[in-house]
Design a protein around this ligand. Structure first.
Ligand SMILES: [Zn+2]
Length: 89
């Protein structure tokens, strides 16, 4: 798994535009049941313009999926983040 690769993804749906310029490793998301792109917590917070506390809260009610690496970094399932943002407007 390479985390040094640079990934640029633009997602544009309705009002939601996220421009990602950060490495997004593909990690198995148990909730999605497949490998998905994951983004670091602090990047997710910056992109989504919501606080890390708010992301933690949404993780708690399963709106946002996450994976903790053995090194203790939290990665957020990008698909679930986008879905959550679309639903919450
Ligand atoms: Zn997921």
């Amino acid at each position: 798994m390479s985390v040094t690769r640079k990934t640029e993804i633009m997602i544009e749906r309705e009002q939601l535009v996220l421009i990602v310029r950060t490495p997004m490793p593909e990690i198995l998301c148990e909730e999605c049941g497949r490998d998905v792109k994951m983004i670091e917590m602090k990047e997710a917070s910056r992109l989504a313009r919501i606080s890390q506390r708010e992301i933690f809260s949404r993780m708690g009610n399963d709106s946002i999926h996450f994976k903790e690496t053995p090194l203790g970094s939290l990665f957020i399932c990008f698909d679930s983040l986008v879905n959550d943002l679309r639903q919450s407007g």
